[in-house]
Design a protein around this ligand. Structure first.
Ligand code: SF4
Ligand code: SF4
Length: 135
């Protein structure tokens, strides 16, 4: 009984004090996050022009994006039409919450390997390495 209580307390202690991810650095205006946007339709990444057309039919806001290529998994990458030639946002004041939050660490980013674009000035780092817990 006492052992179980101890294990519970230990579990919550580790949960509370486990390492957290944090964002380091600053935006260097490479524009990659505005040129490599992915969308989802019915819990799947958009991979075809037909799926993209369906999205546009569903919500006009998707007209604000154009296809900019495909990634290695065949997922379509989109470029925002507000991005200027010199990688500045033409709608900076009115940009969406997604744009404002990037590169916020959410579950998707955590499960996806916690990486930003290679040219991005931000880095996602752990505040404590696993080896430090073993000391
Ligand atoms: S609205 Fe601006 S910040 Fe957001 S994706 Fe478009 S260009 Fe980038
Ligand atoms: S990828 Fe990173 S550095 Fe490049 S524009 Fe987006 S936030 Fe800025």
């Amino acid at each position: 009984m006492l052992k179980n209580i101890f294990l519970y307390l230990q579990f919550y202690f580790y949960k509370l004090f486990t390492s957290k991810y944090k964002i380091k650095g600053k935006c260097n205006r490479c524009g990659e996050c505005c040129k490599n946007i992915v969308f989802m339709i019915e819990d799947e990444y958009v991979k075809t022009e037909e799926q993209f057309e369906s999205l546009k039919g569903f919500d006009k806001k998707y007209n604000h994006f154009e296809i900019n290529g495909k990634n290695e998994n065949g997922v379509l990458l989109f470029k925002c039409k507000s991005l200027s030639e010199n990688n500045m946002c033409r709608d900076y004041l009115f940009r969406s919450l997604y744009c404002r939050a990037y590169p916020m660490v959410n579950d998707k980013i955590r499960l996806g390997g916690c990486e930003t674009f290679e040219s991005c000035g931000y880095e996602i780092v752990k505040d404590k390495e696993f080896s430090e817990f073993l000391k």
